[in-house]
Design a protein around this ligand. Structure first.
Ligand code: SF4
Length: 363
């Protein structure tokens, strides 16, 4: 860019930096303006993440899609790198206002599978509970980008009660999955209340939470929040992270706290052009997860949400990346590569396929 600012239009993002790029965030917690979450175009310009001449275009994006970059995430961005893989996930781009013909406002079709507000029931034995639609950060590739935002979409007391009542009268559901938005934005008291109500149902055998908080806003993982997860039933926490650098020292502390509270940590990632679309970046990401007790669980093919085409990696390329990882990392570091089928049909594994090995006794 003319002024050297780390703005990342599509043309600047073709190159993929290695997953373990050596940017070192500051050791001390940010203060003053740097301690606030960036939520609009002017703040991004002031922070040097967007050049002044792009402010108006970014403001138009902000009218449609929420922006939030926490101090923790901002500290991970290397301002000297015009293709920084952390910035690419969170800094808006005017391309977001261009919807490709195949992109859908609700690509996973949550709405047709919602029996009551805040609940999605797609599979017989599990269901989602979305207690709020706010997030600590707003990812530019989010498949729920048309729904999430700081307005929050928090369930009212009556709506939450109705959602919990639905779980109580649906005994086929064995697994309750809290998602959103980000459930770890709830206060420890409210999160503990929701988890406790679900865990008290005899047919709920396990609980799961999907969250970006441990890497994007680790300071929120207080001892009280971690303790809210200690519910006496198996609780799996799926941590959304897409790049090795997201595992900062503060994230490590948050994950340690959550693991100590008894949560089983799983990792979920999205295969993203310019973020983790190389063998080196994926290897570094999955190794970082394991170092922090996070078992790589799913690598998602990008869902076709509006204005996200710049992140798309063809499935054939994804399969080749996964195949190249085989043997390079242990099986522990190997996630299942999946795609949501359009219309809410659920996830299908994308491979890669390997040649069948003849076994003794085979014909
Ligand atoms: S944290 Fe999750 S729900 Fe929120 S914007 Fe990112 S991907 Fe979407």
């Amino acid at each position: 860019m003319p002024d050297g600012a780390p703005y990342r239009p599509e043309a600047a993002c073709g190159a993929t930096p290695p997953g373990s790029a050596p940017h070192t965030p500051p050791a001390e917690a940010p203060r003053g303006a740097a301690a606030r979450t960036l939520r609009d175009a002017a703040s991004l310009v002031r922070a040097g993440l967007v050049p002044p001449q792009a402010e108006a275009a970014i403001a138009r994006v902000a009218e449609r899609y929420a922006i939030a970059i926490t101090p923790a995430v901002r500290a991970l961005i290397d301002p000297a790198d015009p293709a920084d893989p952390i910035a690419r996930q969170y800094v808006p781009d005017p391309a977001e206002l261009v919807t490709a013909p195949w992109e859908l406002p609700d690509p996973t079709a949550d709405a047709p599978h919602s029996p009551v507000k805040g609940v999605v029931h797609r599979y017989p034995d599990r269901a989602l509970l979305k207690p709020l639609l706010a997030c600590p950060v707003y990812c530019r590739f989010c498949f729920r980008r048309e729904a999430v935002g700081p307005g929050g979409g928090v369930l009212t007391e009556a709506e939450l009660a109705a959602a919990l009542e639905w779980f109580a009268r649906t005994p086929a559901v064995r697994e309750a999955i809290l998602t959103g938005g980000d459930p770890l934005l709830l206060s420890p008291r409210r999160l503990g209340h929701v988890l406790g109500r679900l865990a008290a149902l005899p047919h709920i055998e396990i609980l799961r939470i999907h969250s970006r908080v441990p890497v994007a806003d680790p300071a929120r993982v207080t001892p009280a929040l971690a303790q809210a997860l200690a519910i006496g039933k198996p609780l799996f926490l799926c941590v959304h992270a897409n790049h090795a650098r997201e595992f900062s020292a503060a994230a490590a502390e948050a994950l340690q706290r959550l693991a100590s509270a008894g949560a089983v940590l799983l990792g979920q990632s999205v295969l993203l052009r310019g973020v983790n679309d190389s063998v080196e970046a994926l290897e570094a990401l999955f190794r970082a997860m394991l170092r922090h007790r996070v078992k790589p669980y799913y690598l998602h093919q990008l869902d076709p949400a509006p204005g996200t085409a710049r992140f798309a990696v063809p499935a054939a390329e994804g399969r080749a990346l996964l195949a190249a990882l085989r043997g390079r990392v242990s099986g522990l570091a190997w996630p299942t590569y999946v795609q949501e089928t359009p219309g809410g049909g659920g996830k299908v594994p994308l491979g890669p396929a390997f040649p069948e090995v003849p076994l003794p006794g085979d014909g």
